[in-house]
Write a protein that binds this ligand. Structure first.
Ligand code: 5RP
Length: 226
């Protein structure tokens, strides 16, 4: 296993220890979350009673595979905890997410949780957000117009593809990857993007994370919101 993957496994498994009996938990998406869901499955087999709300169809499949019970927002509207990954963690624990294309559901699930814990390997910590092209979920209809309007904010968006086809999110939408470079004011950029009609959601998670669990070398560090 590569070093980054080992760190993802380390933090994913460590984060599963935050999940206590009786909790309703938002299950994020991505390769770090995979390890958390797998570990959670082991704990459920040992008797832990929890329910998860998945942020993507892929996470729902993992949960079923590992035996993690699932629920949905028709039955529960507040979650005790959400555990998710991130593509970048910057100042004030602001995040870029959406590398896996699940940003919209991830944001809904994060917003429903009393606590948001982010699990990352150390390479995701940055001084300024933006080296990772910001994923923006857009409506397929008129996406070209939306992309043009986003480009007026200072980047050249790329329509995400997968295996030669346009990538479609679990919500049936497209993703524009927007390389803004250093993002000096994430709040302003987020609200400018949200004012564009075809934009559904941005991958900027501002002020949402409560705690970051970071895998560095062979140990886990915790950064809490101040
Ligand atoms: O935002 C996400 C998916 O939309 C993921 O949390 C993010 O891409 C991190 O993924 P990984 O743990 O595989 O590095």
């Amino acid at each position: 296993m590569k070093e980054a993957d080992q760190l993802k496994k380390l933090v994913g498994e460590a984060a599963a220890d935050d999940i206590k009996d009786g909790m309703t938990v938002g299950l994020g998406s991505g390769s770090t979350v995979y390890w958390m869901v797998k570990k959670l499955g082991e704990k459920v087999k040992e008797g832990l009673q929890i329910q998860g709300v998945p942020t993507s169809n892929t996470t729902a499949e993992w949960a079923r595979e590992f035996g993690v019970p699932l629920t949905d927002f028709s039955k529960v509207q507040e979650l005790d905890l959400t555990i998710d990954g991130a593509d970048e963690v910057g100042e004030n624990l602001h995040l870029i997410k959406g590398g896996g294309g699940a940003l919209f559901r991830e944001k809904v699930v994060a917003a429903a949780a009393k606590e948001l814990v982010i699990i990352v390997d150390g390479s995701k910590l940055v001084s300024h957000l933006g080296e990772f092209a910001l994923p923006v979920e857009v409506l397929p209809f008129g996406w070209e117009v939306t992309a043009e309007q986003i480009s007026n904010l200072g980047c050249s968006p790329t329509l995400r593809t997968s295996q030669g086809e346009t990538y479609i999110t679990d919500n049936g939408n497209y993703i524009l990857d927007c390389p803004f470079g250093q993002i000096t004011d994430p709040e302003v950029l987020h609200s400018e993007l949200k004012s564009i009609v075809g934009v559904i959601e941005t991958g900027l998670f501002i002020g949402m994370a409560d705690k970051i669990v970071v895998g560095k070398e062979d140990k886990v560090e915790v950064i809490s919101k101040t």
